[in-house]
Ligand binder design. Structure first.
Ligand code: UD1
Length: 352
């Protein structure tokens, strides 16, 4: 059995540290007293995010522009920072539709990148890893299996994106079994919202695939209307049900996962990270209209291929073992997402 390290105040490497969940997690790690080094290739983020994280935390941290597909550059991060004790691995592509068009790019970045990272960690004796997984590994679940627990079976993925998360978990399970590397996989449900400061949030490239950025961009006038994908599902109002979790709550779960690695000897553990509540798309729209005071232009369209009818988490394991539980409401998440969209618009206005 390997020794349990005292990770607090030690250095944590965050891959994808300028991304949506990564940036919020760097803030929470810094606020919890950890020393952070972050990497990102800015393919789906920007250097401004790094400055804004520092504005929020009031603390410096090392940032290096690195693409996880580049083995040597990734290895150099560990050479430059020999005191890294744990890694939180966010860097990945995440658009379901795009993954169907470009499967190789997804396998190369999400699976190949994870492989490169684990190799570099092992070469430098870094033995603690938190991996970004997804509830997508559960596939389409029956209503009587909800809320879904970590013991539910992992099914065949319905997109290359989903498959990269499934393979990622399997790969890391094998690594944990065969080495002294300890791994926590966090299965995220639907992360939404933004930091209260409105300095960091979700920055979708082009037309958003995900619901909330599409809602806020419609409300601000960038999109004509939201299409709700399907109103004939067997749910309370005919639209799909998801477990929407505030990104700040989700970020805090990573701090708890690091503490878990610090205090437990488990080689491999998985946790659902959601709220435990499911909301329909129509309920999200109604909540958004309430908190923003804006009427949202929307219409019903056909079902989106690959969508599951409903999924929401049982978060008992995270509560009992990590001591973590979502604290924020859907209203608060939507309020912060709206504040973030207003901030982005103000920036655009200032740059014109
Ligand atoms: C999916 C995955 C999630 C993954 C995420 C990455 C599942 C259950 N979830 O989330 O694990 O991390 O992709 O992007 O596989 N919707 C509309 N109109 C829109 C956009 C979305 O009605 O314009 C609806 C969808 O049909 C869905 C809900 O809003 O019911 C949420 O969609 P989205 O934000 O895209 O996330 P998921 O597809 O649930």
């Amino acid at each position: 059995m390997q020794p349990v390290f005292n990770l607090r105040n030690m250095k944590i490497l965050v891959t994808g540290g300028a991304g949506f969940i990564g940036s919020h997690t760097v803030v929470e790690l810094q606020q919890a007293g950890y020393d952070v080094v972050a990497i990102d290739n800015f393919e789906n983020s920007s250097p401004q995010v790094v400055d804004n994280i520092k504005k929020i935390s009031g603390k410096p941290f090392d940032f290096i522009k690195v693409d996880i597909r580049e083995k040597h550059a990734l290895n150099d991060v560990f050479v430059t920072h020999p005191d890294i004790k744990a890694v939180i691995h966010f860097a990945a592509y995440k658009a379901v539709g795009e993954s169907v068009e470009k499967p190789l790019a997804y396998y190369e970045n999400n699976v190949g990148g994870t492989l490169n990272l684990v190799e570099a960690m092992q070469a430098h004796g870094v033995q603690n890893l938190v991996f970004s997984s997804s509830c997508t590994v559960y596939g389409d679940v029956k209503a009587d299996a909800l809320p879904i627990t970590e013991n539910s079976p992992i099914v065949k993925a319905n997109s290359p994106y989903g498959n990269t998360k499934k393979i990622g978990e399997e790969l890391l399970f094998d690594v944990a079994k065969s080495s002294t590397t300890k791994i926590v996989a966090l299965r995220y449900f639907n992360p939404i919202g933004a930091h209260d400061s409105a300095l960091i949030g979700e920055l979708p490239n082009g037309v958003p695939n995900n619901l909330i950025p599409f809602v806020t961009q419609t409300a601000i006038g960038m999109r004509e209307k939201l299409t709700i994908f399907g109103n004939d599902y067997p749910t309370r109002d005919g639209s799909c049900i998801r477990d929407y979790i505030h990104v700040v709550d989700l970020a805090k779960a990573h701090v708890k996962a690091i503490e878990f690695l610090n205090t437990h000897t488990d080689q491999y553990a998985v946790f659902n990270i959601g709220t435990g509540n499911g909301n329909t798309v129509l309920e999200v729209v109604a909540a958004f209209e309430k908190v923003s005071g804006k009427k949202l232009n929307y219409a019903f369209g056909p079902r989106r291929e690959g969508d599951v009818v409903q999924i929401f988490a049982s978060c008992d394991k995270a509560a009992n073992i990590l001591g973590w539980k979502a604290e924020r409401t859907l209203d608060n998440a939507l309020e912060t997402a709206w504040k973030w969209e207003l901030h982005l618009q103000a920036l655009k206005g200032a740059n014109q």
